[in-house]
Design a protein around this ligand. Structure first.
Ligand SMILES: [Zn+2]
Length: 458
C-alpha cells in the first residue's frame, strides 16, 4: 500500500525496510539455505535469524524458541515460515492454486486484550456488502495500539450477542485488523446492534439476499462500491494496471472522471495532470499501463468484472468452459450448473450480473474501446482423440505434482474430477494408491499407470 502512494514524501516518512528471502534466478544453488548465504555475501539484507534444521524436532524447537523470544526482535512477527531446503524437492512439490507446497507458515498463538465496544462503523464493499467494524477504546495488542476490530457480518454480531458498551476480548489473527472473539461482560445500559436500514454512503435501502448472511446496498452507482470495484478491476490478478492505486482512483471518482471501469480507457493526459502531485512523466506511465492492459487474457477479464462469488479460479473455469466472452454473457443457469465446479449460488450470481443492463453497457464499452480478452486455447486445437471427453481421476504418488498431470490431461481434452464414480473412465494411479484404487476396481474403472498415460500422450 505504501509503495503505491503518490506522495513520495509520505513513503519516505514511513521508513520502509526489507529482508530478501528468495533467489529465483541467476546463480541459483542446490539449497535454499545456500542461496541465502550467497545473497548475504552479496551484502543483500537477509534475515540474520534464519536457520537450517535437520529434522522436524529442530523445526518445532526453533518455532517455540521464537514464540517465546519474539519481543526481543526490533520488529513484529506473527510466526515462522518453514521451507523445504532442497530446490529439486521444491520443484517436485510444486504449487497449489494459491501457494507453494514446499513452504508453510507456522503462526504463533494470538495475543488477546480486553476493551469496551463503543460504536460501529459500516464499510461498503465492491459488491455492496456492508461490513460492520467495531470501534473500541484504544488498547495495546501485540505492541500496537488497537481501536478497530472486524466483526465480519451482522450474523457474527448476533452470535456474539454484542451490544454497545459491552466489555469484549480482542485477538490479533493473521489479518492486520484484529477481531472480537468473545463478549466478557454486558454493559448496564446496552444498545443492541442492528443492520442499518440505509447504505451509510449513498442512503439507498439495504437488503439481505435470502440464504445469505450479508446485507447489501443494491445501488450500482453507490460511490463506495464504485471505488472498490475499480480497485479490484486494476488489481494484479485482474487487469494488472499497477500504476493505478487507491489514491488516484479516489481523486478521479471524486471529479466524476471515473464512473465505471471503461472510463479508465477514456482518460486523457490532461485529466491526470491536473491532479495533486502528478507529474507529466507519471501521467504518461499511468496511461501507458492502462493501454497495455487492453491485451489481457479472458480469465483476467472475467475476474476483473467483479462478479460476486467469482474469484480467479472460478473465472478460469468459466473461461475454459465457455471459450469466449460472448458465450459466457449468453449463459443460462442450466448451462452453468452443468459445469462440475459451478454451484447454484455462483450460477445465479453470474446470470444476474449479465442480466443487469448497466453491466452489459460498460462491458460493451470496454470491448468497443479496444479491450481484447484473449480466448483460451480450446482443447480441440491440441486434443488427442484418446483423451477427448474422457473423465480421469488422479490418485497416489506420481513422479510429478498432481496439478501438473491435471493440466496436462485437460490440455488434451480430458476432464479431471476429484472422486471415482461410475462416470469415471480412467483412474491414473501412482504409488501407494489407496481407497480410490479399490473403488475403481470395484466399479470396473480402468486403471492406468503414469507410464501408460505418458505413452498415450506422446
Ligand atoms: Zn450505497
Amino acid at each position: 500500500g505504501t509503495l503505491r502512494m503518490l506522495d513520495s514524501n509520505e513513503v519516505r516518512r514511513r521508513k520502509l525496510d526489507l529482508f530478501v528471502y528468495i533467489l529465483t534466478e541467476g546463480p541459483v544453488k542446490e539449497r535454499h539455505s545456500e542461496n541465502l548465504e550467497l545473497m548475504r555475501d552479496l551484502l543483500l539484507p537477509v534475515n540474520p535469524e534464519t536457520q537450517s534444521c535437520n529434522n522436524i524436532e529442530e523445526v518445532i524447537e526453533f518455532c517455540n524458541q521464537w514464540e517465546n523470544h519474539k519481543d526481543a526482535l526490533p520488529y513484529e512477527i506473527d510466526g515462522v515460515v518453514v521451507k523445504v531446503d532442497e530446490i529439486q524437492l521444491q520443484k517436485k512439490l510444486g504449487f497449489t492454486a494459491k501457494s507453494p507446497r514446499w513452504a508453510t507458515a507456522v503462526k504463533f498463538s494470538a495475543e488477546q486484550a480486553v476493551s469496551i465496544l463503543r460504536s460501529i462503523e459500516i464499510g461498503v464493499g465492491r459488491s455492496g456488502v456492508l461490513t460492520p467494524v467495531a470501534l473500541v477504546d484504544p488498547v495495546e495488542l501485540n505492541g500496537t495500539l488497537v481501536s478497530r476490530a472486524t466483526l465480519h457480518n451482522y450474523d457474527q454480531v448476533g452470535r456474539l450477542n454484542l451490544h454497545l458498551g459491552d466489555s469484549i476480548t480482542l485477538e490479533k489473527g493473521g489479518e492486520i485488523i484484529p477481531k472480537i472473539v468473545t463478549r466478557e461482560l454486558s454493559s448496564q445500559t446496552s444498545w443492541q446492534i442492528c443492520p442499518p436500514q440505509n447504505c451509510p454512503v449513498c442512503d439507498f435501502p439495504v437488503f439481505q439476499v435470502p440464504g445469505e448472511v450479508d446485507w447489501r446496498c443494491n445501488n450500482f452507482d453507490c460511490p463506495a462500491q464504485l471505488n472498490e470495484r475499480l480497485l479490484h478491476f486494476v488489481s494484479r490478478r485482474a487487469m494488472d494496471i499497477d500504476t493505478v492505486g487507491p489514491a488516484l482512483i479516489e481523486q478521479l471518482t471524486l471529479k466524476h472522471k471515473l464512473c465505471n471501469p471503461a472510463d479508465l480507457y477514456k482518460l486523457q493526459i490532461s485529466d491526470l495532470e491536473e491532479l495533486e502531485r502528478m507529474g507529466a512523466k507519471s501521467a504518461e506511465n499511468v496511461l501507458k499501463a492502462i493501454k497495455e492492459s487492453k491485451n489481457c487474457s479472458l480469465v483476467q477479464f472475467i475476474h476483473a468484472l467483479g462478479i460476486p462469488h467469482v474469484g480467479e479460479k472460478t473465472a478460469s473455469v468459466l473461461a475454459r468452459m465457455h471459450g469466449s466472452l460472448q458465450d459466457l454473457m449468453e449463459c443460462t443457469p442450466e448451462t452453468l450448473e452443468g459445469i462440475d465446479e459451478i454451484g447454484p449460488i455462483i450460477a445465479e450470481s453470474v446470470v444476474v450480473f449479465f442480466d443487469n443492463q448497466k453491466n452489459v453497457k460498460w462491458i460493451s464499452d470496454l470491448l468497443e474501446i479496444g479491450v481484447q480478452p484473449r480466448n483460451p486455447e480450446t482443447s480441440s486445437n491440441s486434443g488427442i482423440p484418446f483423451f477427448e471427453g474422457k473423465v480421469f481421476v488422479i490418485t497416489g504418488t506420481l513422479s510429478e505434482a498432481r496439478d501438473v498431470w491435471k493440466d496436462r490431461l485437460e490440455s488434451v481434452g480430458a476432464k479431471v474430477t476429484g472422486s471415482v464414480s461410475s462416470k469415471t473412465d480412467y483412474l491414473l494411479a501412482g504409488e501407494n494408491a489407496g481407497a480410490k484404487l479399490s473403488k475403481a476396481r470395484t466399479l470396473g474403472v480402468q486403471v492406468m499407470t503414469e507410464k501408460q498415460a505418458s505413452e498415450e500422450l506422446s
